[in-house]
Design a binder for this molecule. Structure first.
Ligand code: GRG
Length: 288
């Protein structure tokens, strides 16, 4: 039996989905159709759930954190649409559906990705007061930037079909995947007024969890089932991955160690961090 998402996930997912629908309402335009096509396709919503859990750990409410959480999903979905483009990873299947550019054409897919980012910044500006709104916008911008998703993706694309060492492989994925996990956790803490210690601990948790998540993604590219992952396997055959570097066993071990390191960062919180620990246990063993 593959590990299911922790039971508490469903409730969070439902609130996140509702918030996303309100942030990207159907206005009858083709670009909004394209945005919601990938946004509303089946997804685990791991990043926004992380935001909500981080907010709760810092004593904040889910209601206040929801827009920030949804923002992380808007950015993530935007990055998936761009990642699948023919000029990037050229993937035809995403979230169990034809990729955005396959369904809508490349030009509309690019506009949909920009549209989702645009909604993300607009949502933060409308939902939060200063200086929190500005702090969250800067956090998102840093996560997307040249030392985040964009930077990691650029190195990844340029490195395709080249030998790279472990440090560069780790940098690519700390930036491509870890940066948004970090922003997701820190955003939740910020909406709850978390102190520097809480922010530091949650950031350490999320960075380790994000890298573990990517390593498992590499494993699923080799041993996953498209019916569970919603995407084709063997997409990374021309790339150095954690699996090509460390082997299947080594990659599993690395992911487990990173999840333990993530959990260790939560030790000051005791039992109140149990849901975050359940999230890392899921990440270590996930099949989709
Ligand atoms: C301008 C936002 C922006 C990005 C440009 C394209 C790009 C730079 C970066 C690509 C980042 C990327 C797609 C990293 C892969 C992360 C990853 C492991 C995705 C799979 O995430 P899941 O399993 O997917 O959480 P679901 O569908 O469940 O949400």
């Amino acid at each position: 039996m593959p590990p299911a998402l922790p039971r508490f996930f469903a409730e969070y997912q439902a609130s996140i989905d509702q918030t996303l629908r309100s942030l990207v309402p159907d206005d009858g335009t083709v670009v909004t159709k394209a945005m919601t096509y990938t946004l509303e396709a089946p997804s685990k919503r791991v990043r926004p759930v992380l935001t909500l859990l981080a907010a709760e750990l810092c004593g904040g409410s889910t209601a206040r954190a929801l827009t920030a959480a949804a923002t992380m999903e808007l950015v993530h979905t935007s990055s998936l649409i761009l990642d699948d483009l023919p000029s990037m990873d050229a993937a035809a299947l995403r979230r169990g559906r034809p990729a955005n550019h396959v369904a809508f054409g490349e030009a509309v897919a690019i506009l949909a990705a920009f549209g989702l980012l645009n909604h993300a910044y607009g949502a933060l500006a409308r939902a939060y007061e200063p200086p929190l709104a500005a702090k969250l916008a800067a956090l998102v911008s840093d996560a997307i930037g040249s030392r985040g998703l964009i930077g990691g993706q650029a190195i990844d694309l340029l490195a395709t079909e080249h030998e790279i060492d472990f440090d560069l492989l780790e940098r690519i994925h700390r930036e491509k995947t870890g940066a948004l996990f970090n922003a997701s956790a820190v955003a939740g803490a910020l909406t709850a007024g978390g102190d520097a210690n809480a922010l530091g601990a949650l950031s350490a948790f999320a960075k380790n969890l994000g890298l573990a998540f990517q390593i498992v993604d590499d494993l699923l590219d080799v041993e996953g089932d498209p019916a569970e992952t919603g995407k084709a396997i063997r997409q990374d055959a021309r790339k150095t991955t954690f699996v090509s570097f460390s082997g299947v066993e080594g990659a599993h071990q690395l992911a487990t160690e990173l999840c333990h390191a993530a959990d260790a960062a939560l030790s000051p919180f005791g039992r109140s961090a149990d849901r975050l620990r359940a999230l890392s246990a899921f990440v270590a063993a996930r099949r989709g």
